[in-house]
Design a protein around this ligand. Structure first.
Ligand code: AMP
Length: 215
């Protein structure tokens, strides 16, 4: 049995066509069912639904043989022991710094002000601001980062941006583009050895599908 860990939403939706290219069809819709283990049309393949930030943990400790996770998650929580054979080029976005439209970020940085930065990406933010020589107080949040500058909790946020519509709707502006993000296929190294043939077949089918969509 091959177990693939996915998170609901964008990653699940954008992985479906890759699975289809490997001849795998998920038999249940996670938006309609409460099941966390989803069968596929192949008796030897199943999908487990986990929180996006838990995908590397499931794969690392063998709760799943493989998984799909954002580069942001791998950067933030580490990727020890994970084999990363493929950039799937899905769920693309970027990690950026954003501030209120009326906050003069450039001046604050120039003056060496200490910035309060709210984010769920504490490690990424710490490294970015340290490299820039900007002093920051990092405030860890788990969601709705956009609210932090609007309520005075923080001067800036570090968050994922895709279209920029969420920032715009909250009167925030992007002032730094930290890194481009896409989702990766991650594989448990022991599983790769023990179940080499079926796992290789999935990796190869995914690779061909990614290549076809992004020539
Ligand atoms: P947007 O309004 O298109 O810029 O999307 C921004 C919102 O969607 C933010 O709340 C992000 O945290 C979230 N978001 C954007 N891209 C992704 C992604 N690839 N994976 C998870 N969340 C995302």
């Amino acid at each position: 049995m091959i177990t693939l860990a996915l998170s609901k939403g964008r990653i699940f939706d954008e992985t479906l066509p890759l699975l289809a290219a490997a001849g795998i069809e998920v038999l249940e819709d996670p938006e309609k069912s409460r099941k966390l283990i989803l069968a596929t049309n192949q008796a030897g393949v199943r999908v487990v639904l986990v929180r996006a930030s838990d995908v590397p943990t499931y794969v690392q400790y063998g709760g799943a043989d493989m998984g799909v996770t954002g580069k942001d998650t791998l950067m933030e929580s580490g990727s020890q022991g994970l084999y990363q054979p493929l950039d799937l080029q899905i769920a693309k976005c970027r990690v950026s710094v954003a501030v209120r439209a009326d906050f003069d970020y450039a001046s604050a940085v120039k003056q060496g002000s200490r910035l309060k930065v709210a984010t769920k990406y504490v490690a990424i933010a710490r490294e970015f601001f340290a490299a820039k020589g900007v002093h920051v107080d990092l405030i860890k949040l788990y969601g709705s980062m956009e609210l932090a500058p609007l309520t005075g909790l923080a001067d800036a946020i570090v968050d994922l941006v895709s279209t920029g519509n969420t920032l715009k709707a909250n009167h925030l502006v992007e002032v730094e583009h930290i890194i481009d993000i896409s989702s990766r296929l991650v594989v448990n190294q022991a599983a790769l050895k023990l179940k080499q043939e079926p796992i290789r077949a999935i990796i190869d089918a995914f690779a061909a599908a990614v290549q076809k969509r992004n020539p």
